[in-house]
Write a protein that binds this ligand. Structure first.
Ligand code: URA
Ligand code: SF4
Length: 182
């Protein structure tokens, strides 16, 4: 066991019983995130959907399958990276997270980032991008890495927006062609 593990377990326990915002009222399972805490690459999505709320695991629905596939094309497995979200509980009917929910939950993600200390952070969708580039539009900067405080931040379209996502990374174009989505 490495030294980060107990702190991550503490975080997971805190998140699982958290009542800091209204999303706790409708959640089934909180979704703290999962993966390799020694990784250099952290993926940050938006928030749990239906399947994530049932299982307590991030990106296990359709968007998750696509994310797995793209990781595979890049030569990565889920166990090689860490995957989490800006809010840890499902917004009802998959609505956008509200500003007060994002700010209530931000401390958990801050602690995860401090603990994992990744070199590369891939933001999936506009809500995680906004942590680093609040004034930018995702369509303007998707796929372009920028150094922010010693970390390479790579904003990407959310995998649920698959066709657009496919255009930005040359490595996944073949996958996209096979799937006939670009
Ligand atoms: N699943 C997640 O865990 N996060 C998302 O943003 C979408 C699906
Ligand atoms: Fe707590 Fe975050 Fe869940 Fe809100 S979304 S209840 S802040 S863990």
């Amino acid at each position: 066991m490495n030294e980060q593990q107990p702190e991550m377990e503490k975080l997971v326990n805190e998140i699982s019983v958290c009542t800091k915002c209204q999303l706790h009222l409708s959640r089934k399972k909180a979704v703290p995130g999962e993966g390799n805490i020694k990784t250099r690459i952290l993926f940050i999505g938006e928030g749990p959907g239906l399947n994530e709320n049932e299982t307590g695991r991030p990106f296990v629905g359709q968007a998750g399958n696509f994310l797995n596939e793209l990781l595979g094309v890049a030569g990565l497995k889920r166990q090689d990276v860490f995957i989490t979200n800006v809010v840890k509980c499902r917004p009802p009917a998959n609505r956008d997270p509200m500003p007060e929910e994002l700010s209530a939950c931000a401390g958990y993600l801050d602690r995860q980032i401090a603990l994992i200390d990744p070199l590369i952070i891939v933001t999936l969708g506009r809500f995680s991008m906004a942590r680093y580039f609040p004034l930018k539009r995702i369509s303007a900067i998707h796929g372009q890495g920028h150094w922010v405080n010693g970390k390479m931040i790579v904003p990407m379209f959310h995998p649920a927006a698959a066709p657009a996502f496919c255009m930005i990374f040359p490595f996944c174009r073949n996958t996209c062609r096979q799937r006939k989505i670009s």
